[in-house]
Design a protein around this ligand. Sequence first.
Ligand code: NAG
Ligand code: NAG
Ligand code: ZN
Length: 471
Amino acid sequence: MCRYNLKLIKSTHFRVSSSTEIKKMEINHLLYLCFLLVLILTKTTPSDEDPSVIISRFQQYLQINTSQPTPDYHKAVEFLISQAKSISLDHQTIELVDNKPLLLLKWPGSDPKLPSILLYSHTDVVPSEQDKWTYHPFAAHLDSTGNIYARGSQDMKCVGMQYLEAIRKLKATGFQPLRSVYLSFAPDEEIGGHDGAEKFADSDVFKSLNVGIVLDEGLASPTENYRVFYAERCPWWLVIKAKGAPGHGAKLYDNSAMENLLKSIEIVRKFRASQFDMVKAGLKAEGEVISVNMAFLKAGTPSPTGFVMNLQPSEAEAGFDIRVPPTANAEALERRIAEEWAPASRNMTFELGQFKQKASIHDKFGRPVLTATDSSNPWWSLLEDAVKSANGKLGKPEIFPASTDSRYFRERGLPAIGFSPMANTPILLHDHNEFLNQAEYLKGIDMYESIIKAFASYAQHPKDEVARDEL
Ligand SMILES: *[C@@H]1O[C@H](CO)[C@@H](O)[C@H](O)[C@H]1NC(C)=O
Ligand SMILES: *[C@@H]1O[C@H](CO)[C@@H](O)[C@H](O)[C@H]1NC(C)=O
Ligand SMILES: [Zn+2]
């Protein structure tokens, strides 16, 4: 507002000097004084870039109930479009699936031939058990210590808004990007991203963006170091089945289905412990080991009151959620499953088809699905320097323990970095009383301002991109 008033004063001056009538001059002088008064008054009105105004925009986004399974996507998109308009970004809404809008914003670069930058975020959040929260999950309550409580404050409405705020700041400084910068606000990440990021990454629209680097979500960090992610573990959902002779519940005999399944469970648990021990001993980070947890056990002969107790059943089944880092030896794990966890010699069945889900640890070029974090990846070096120059500290790059939408981009051979700038913050995604402190949020905007500036100014074609063009 202050800026607009200054412009008005200037034009008033011009009119004064071009006028010849004294009366008019007096009126103009009066007008000039009025404008000065307005200027003084508006100085106390908050501007677009005041921290309190920045925080209130974040709260507005948080207050939109985009909770699965019935997120109000249209309201979120409408709000984001109003934000995009206020900073003059081009916008386009894409519905790859009906009623699941993906909002795409564009800040055009001066060299459209250079691969672009994609600032990715999802608009949906996980459900919340309202009665377990101190403040309503969509109130975005700001407490006296500056904590903002809301579902999505960490995962990941913070990041989506921080991108926009960083661009607002860059525009205010007059910065012009060399590369085009896109922002996508996608639906459905919290339910697997199949109707969101997966279809988007497959679309012609995405192809036309010529994306060179993707930024996506990371995790909060309780220490002063930001966490940053270059890969994620691939989910393998395994079901093993045991068969054996049925028998009386009182009889001791070998090779019952239950006994055979329990032997497998013991072996799986030993493997689990050996992986977990490496984490406990500090030898490996959580994302670097293969995790395996039993998700279900299915056995027994139902009766009207529960289960028949004096019968050993002829079949038993167990399901495991296995997470495999792309750095692991997948063939060795498959052998282990076939030979030790579900061996035919113990009348166990395990077929590849019994994986309820099995994500490949290789991208479409046959390389491990990960983004390099060394000098071979210029984006990595740019990010490291940009965070440092904004007075942020990066921890050692990690493998994300669960799944994010980044995998849909990495699978296509694109570099994707998971980074949610939240230091000194407990990890509360999907938890009750999820919050982010306003000071951390504001600091995060500075990080993105620095990163976006560095990425958008990067003039060279990275080696990787040249290689992909040749394919
Ligand atoms: C969010 O909206 C959904 C669908 O309308 C509703 O079921 C849910 O209770 C809302 N959540 C909260 C915390 O208000
Ligand atoms: C496997 O099943 C066969 C046929 O039912 C049975 O004879 C054999 O004892 C079983 N072996 C084991 C290890 O369960
Ligand atoms: Zn998320």
